[in-house]
Design a protein around this ligand. Structure first.
Ligand SMILES: [Zn+2]
Length: 130
């Protein structure tokens, strides 16, 4: 069994960013353990309605990797419309393009590649309000 607190803490960071940057964040996001060892999938309220399109999260990975995967799972789930209206999130307030999370020196950062210029919007859990 993996340490579920790492998964929960990673999701808390993403949800904090979501609440700071969108007016109606989807409530009830959580990870549900599967029969696959160390593996969890994102769900919203109903644990039987899992988002599995992006492969889920290996919760036994190193913390930055778990945080990155959790961020990608939430972004992909929102974009897919699995938990409500399809939504591209987060969006760069300058370029209006989709932003992705990536690991920089063991820290997960939100990165925009708008107009070919890579710039950082903030650390995971500290994405500024638009
Ligand atoms: Zn940008």
């Amino acid at each position: 069994m993996y340490d579920a607190s790492v998964l929960r803490e990673a999701l808390d960071l993403v949800v904090a960013d979501l609440h700071r940057t969108v007016s109606h964040p989807p409530p009830g996001l959580r990870f549900v353990a599967t029969t696959k060892p160390h593996h969890a999938y994102l769900a919203r309220d109903d644990p039987d309605r899992l988002f599995s399109d992006s492969g889920g999260v290996n919760a036994a990975a190193d913390r930055p990797v778990v945080e990155l995967r959790v961020a990608h799972e939430v972004c992909d789930a929102l974009a897919s419309g699995r938990f409500g209206e399809p939504e591209s999130w987060p969006v760069c307030p300058i370029h209006r393009t989709a932003v992705r999370a990536r690991i920089e020196d063991d820290v997960v950062m939100w990165v925009c590649r708008g107009r070919g210029n890579l710039h950082y919007l903030g650390r995971l859990g500290a994405l500024p309000a638009p």
